[in-house]
Design a protein around this ligand. Structure first.
Ligand SMILES: [Zn+2]
Length: 330
């Protein structure tokens, strides 16, 4: 922080190679004080973010947004993959009739549906029931995948069979009609090139590869962390850069870390750290919206105070360090 640099009043510059004990103590004291002040400002920033996130969560805008989103069906992983393969940029997906009835929107003329599999239950007639499981084709080309039978020891229940049939769904971009409530803006795209150069140098010093990739590889995300490698869009903001580096420093990709944490926790830690670092350097942040979308409460954010402090200090000191080194004339 520039204010901090200004307060470190310089004593008469010691001559090269000459060190006095009292000067050394002064420097140590100053370094300690600087760190204390940094800790305090980080603590204040986290507390302010927690309060701001709670405000966003209580807002009418977010309530409207969640109400709409909750009406969309949560697709199975298999179907999510099918949707992604056919339309990677899809965000909100629903069937033709759901768009009409729930959202008063129509599928635009000529739009091609996204094929997914929907489970159906089929009750076979008595004589068909003797045949076990297996594959069979019914009307409309549907395939029988499994059978449901009664629990062991129960009276034999009528057998039901689950099969899957192809249905078509459409992304919001393929529909028109009543507007949907806007998603609170969580993408912070401001870029500070000088700051990003320092982040790139920091990443290199930690052996973290930084890759710039196209939108279609990112599946709607602004950035991704893989453990030793991060990916960003060309238009991702500096805040996202810090967010992904924070994931790396927390080692969120490691299996043992993933087992002990939830996705929500990992996002809270990374984004709170990114917010604190960005605020320190005057880079804009939209963390309150992002964290509110992750349904993070004040307590969740304050609960990761210690872990955020550690990573934020590491990043801030490394970035400031590279800044100071550059200022020393060769
Ligand atoms: Zn993340």
């Amino acid at each position: 922080m520039t204010a901090m640099a200004a307060t470190t009043t310089m004593m008469t510059q010691p001559k090269k190679g000459w060190k006095s004990r009292s000067n050394e103590t002064d420097w140590q004291e100053q370094a300690e004080q600087k760190r204390k002040a940094l800790m305090q400002s980080i603590t204040d920033a986290i507390a302010a973010l927690a309060a701001e996130t709670d405000e966003v969560r209580a807002s009418e805008t977010l309530a409207r947004y969640f109400k709409t989103v909750s009406q969309f069906h949560r697709y199975s992983l298999h179907n999510q993959i099918l949707i992604w393969l056919q339309k990677p940029e899809a965000t909100l997906v629903a069937g033709y009739r759901t768009w009409q009835q729930k959202f008063n929107r129509c599928v635009k003329k000529g739009e091609k549906g996204i094929a997914i599999l929907a489970p159906r239950i089929y009750k076979p007639k008595e004589d068909e029931d003797s045949k076990e499981g297996g594959e069979r084709t019914y009307e409309g080309g549907t395939v029988l995948l499994s059978t449901l039978s009664s629990e062991e020891g129960d009276q034999p229940a009528p057998r039901r069979r689950i099969y899957f049939t192809t249905v078509y769904v459409f992304d919001v971009s393929q529909t028109e009609g009543d507007p949907l409530p806007d998603e609170p803006e969580w993408r912070e795209r401001s870029k500070d090139l000088d700051f990003e150069q320092r982040l790139t140098a920091f990443a290199a010093s930690r052996g973290i590869t930084v890759e710039i990739v196209d939108d279609d590889e990112m599946n709607g995300a602004e950035g991704r962390s893989f453990g030793g490698k991060i990916q960003l869009l060309p238009q991702s903001g500096s805040h996202t850069f810090v967010h992904e580096l924070a994931h790396e420093l927390y080692e969120h990709c490691k299996a043992e870390v993933r087992e002990q944490t939830t996705r929500q926790q990992r996002e809270i830690e990374a984004d709170t750290a990114a917010h604190v670092v960005c605020q320190h350097f005057g880079i804009p942040s939209s963390s309150a919206n992002y964290l509110a979308l992750w349904q993070a409460g004040k307590e969740d954010i304050l609960g990761c105070m210690e872990r955020v402090r550690g990573v934020a200090i590491e990043l801030i000191e490394a970035i400031e360090g590279s800044h100071q080194q550059e200022e020393v004339p060769a």
